[in-house]
Design a protein around this ligand. Structure first.
Ligand code: GP9
Ligand code: MN
Length: 613
């Protein structure tokens, strides 16, 4: 070994050097999942726990201790890496409940790469140094006969017991609650406890209790404005991938971003400008599920998988009863989000996915919106009788890469290379596709006798990613906040109705079914409906489940963000738009209502309590 190499090795043999690398690992971790004044404390605790394991295992007589420590160290480092990526996307760390998402990540590789953060490499950089040092220590220790048998095992067990007590926080100390939420080890142990033992201990509510909760927390008014106005019409629902409301009615560099949607809004339509996404971790699938059933999605994963074979009485079932045929179209794999298995139980009889359609034009993940719409119009033309048709668009999907020849918006120099610039191109493309679809419907004589519902599924530009806040704040001329990120358009186009109205009551995907049922003049059993008819209700309310802490919500004139440690008083409320701080205590009743409705939705689904129609 030459001198230089020896020097390098000696340098890495210094314990202080190893600890510095460990410190960098944790500082980078806490920095990437939101640095706060407490992060120093968390860093110290995390290093202490790591060193506790390092020394107690290293100085033990345990067999295969090098292998065990190596696996544990590499394992939790990878977990930390996953945490920061997940946080970058969802604003939350990974729960064991989310392991299922690994499979989906592989199916959207472009989005995965776009979510990587270069700085996070420091979370993995210390691994060879720590393992090398551990190997040396372990080797030296095996020759020491003085180590008491089982002494190391007892120390390892002591570290684990201490961690368990901190994670369970039996005295409900608010300081420890914060640590439980944010310190890497304690947070994940706490998560494992909640999702295993905690769930087993959760009590089920009786059917009567659940139905009482639903009725007590939804305000089903007596007004029936616009009732039956679209009775008997074909129902066409277009769920638009990642369509946010800020593009509506706006131009960029002299180009209108959504000319076709704007034209629809100013013709015979209801336009809801205070409409918000209520998706959980199941993103697109949650938006669909909530719209179809007027239930809150779970916070953990998509209901299409969790409750695939439950009985439902959502929109397709209601319409089937009225003699409608039910068809869905989506230009990606039928298996994604478990659609192909779940749709029959949702009452959707025919599903055209990429396997069934002509994949003549691919953009991003799958068939382009224009091609899917064209093929859908041809299929719908051949339908006998009234139809329900559900189209889920795809081209405007993160990371919004599209052939330059298709990009119609000239980008300003200051926005070049940004996600924002790519996003407005695919938005404009999808808008164009919708315009073409409307023309096709007219040409085929299907337009006049239809009601066409269009809404976004969730945000496209996460305010905490890709410097979106900078570009968006410049575009909006005001700070880009949650109320902008979660704000999606809902447009209900009713040709020949003479109706043109903007509704500003707060609503979400959860409210589409009751709102539409009123317009279609269909009777609903409100006991199984967690949303409300936002044409007729006096006060809107939508609970958020993802990208912001669970427990957050929006109502008319106020948005509330729950604290990370899930303590209502520690959260904050403000006025949407102006950002003016409000007193959160004035809104606690809305929090209670949303919590009750989420629990009712969960119980209805978990216990499969919804009877078939
Ligand atoms: C995939 C598409 C996208 O089929 O619906 O899902 P998302 O990644 O937006 O949840
Ligand atoms: Mn989506």
């Amino acid at each position: 070994m030459d001198n230089g190499n020896k020097k390098v090795q000696k340098f890495f043999d210094i314990t202080a050097v190893m600890v510095v690398f460990m410190a960098v690992k944790f500082v980078v971790y806490y920095y990437l999942i939101e640095w706060s004044v407490y992060s120093f404390v968390y860093t110290v605790i995390s290093i202490a726990i790591t060193l506790g394991l390092y020394y107690s295992l290293g100085n033990s007589r345990m067999k295969h201790k090098k292998l065990i420590f190596g696996l544990v160290y590499i394992g939790f480092s990878i977990f930390m890496f996953a945490d920061v990526m997940y946080f970058n996307y969802y604003n939350q760390t990974v729960s064991i409940e989310q392991f299922w998402q690994l499979g989906n990540v592989a199916k959207v590789p472009e989005s995965f790469v776009a979510t990587l953060i270069p700085l996070s490499v420091f979370i993995l950089l210390d691994i060879p140094i720590v393992l090398h040092k551990f190997g040396k220590m372990a080797k030296e220790c095996t020759h020491i006969d003085e180590i008491k048998p089982r002494a190391g095992t007892v120390r390892v067990a002591a570290v684990i017991v201490l961690l368990l007590i901190a994670a369970m926080n039996p005295l409900k100390n608010p300081g420890i609650a914060k640590i439980t939420r944010d310190e890497f080890f304690i947070n994940h142990i706490n998560d494992i406890i909640i999702n295993t033992v905690g769930k087993l201990a959760n009590e089920d509510l009786s059917r009567d209790e659940v139905l009482r909760i639903v009725q007590a927390n939804t305000t089903s008014g007596v007004a029936h404005d616009l009732s039956g106005i679209a009775k008997g019409r074909n129902v066409i629902i277009i769920q638009i991938e990642a369509m946010q409301n800020f593009v509506i009615g706006r131009s960029y560099n002299g180009v209108e971003l959504t000319p076709n949607l704007n034209r629809l809004i100013s013709s015979e339509s209801l336009y809801f400008d205070n409409f918000y996404t209520n998706v959980g971790k199941g993103n697109t699938a949650d938006a669909e599920f909530s719209m179809l059933n007027s239930l809150y999605p779970g916070t953990d994963r998509e209901c299409y998988t969790l409750y695939e074979t439950n009985t439902f009485r959502g929109l397709p079932w209601l319409l089937k009863k009225e003699g409608y045929s039910t068809t869905a179209f989506h230009g990606y794999d039928g298996s994604f989000w478990n659609r192909e298995n779940a749709y029959p139980y949702q009452g959707i009889d025919e599903f055209y996915s990429i396997e069934d359609l002509n994949d003549d034009d691919i953009i991003g993940l799958g068939i382009s919106d224009k091609s899917v719409f064209r093929q859908a119009a041809d299929i719908l033309e051949k339908k006998d009788g009234k139809f329900f048709s559900f189209l889920v668009t795809l081209t405007n999907h993160h990371p919004y890469n599209m052939d330059e020849a298709l990009c119609e918006v000239p980008v300003k120099e200051e926005d070049e290379g940004s996600k924002f610039a790519s996003y407005i191109q695919t938005v404009r493309y999808t808008d164009d596709a919708i315009g073409q679809f409307i023309e096709d419907l007219k040409e085929k004589g299907l337009y006049d006798n239809s009601i066409i519902v269009m809404y976004g599924d969730h945000h496209g530009l996460n305010k905490d990613m890709d410097d979106n806040d900078i570009y968006m704040t410049r575009f909006l001329g005001k700070e880009y906040r949650y109320e902008d990120m979660f704000n999606i358009p809902l447009i209900i186009n009713i040709p020949r109705s003479g109706i043109n109205r903007t509704v500003s009551t707060v609503g979400g995907q959860i409210d589409i079914l009751p709102t539409l049922a009123n317009l279609l003049g269909i009777e609903l059993d409100k006991r199984y409906i967690c949303g409300q008819d936002i044409v007729n209700v006096e006060e809107g309310l939508v609970a958020f489940s993802a990208y912001i802490e669970d427990g957050s919500f929006i109502t008319d004139g106020a948005i509330y963000e729950m604290s990370r440690e899930q303590i209502y008083e520690n959260g904050r409320a403000w006025e949407p738009g102006s950002g003016r701080e409000l007193d959160a205590r004035d809104y606690v009743r809305y929090y209670e209502r949303t919590a009750a409705l989420k629990e009712a939705s969960r119980q209805l689904l978990k216990q499969n309590m919804i009877p078939a129609l």
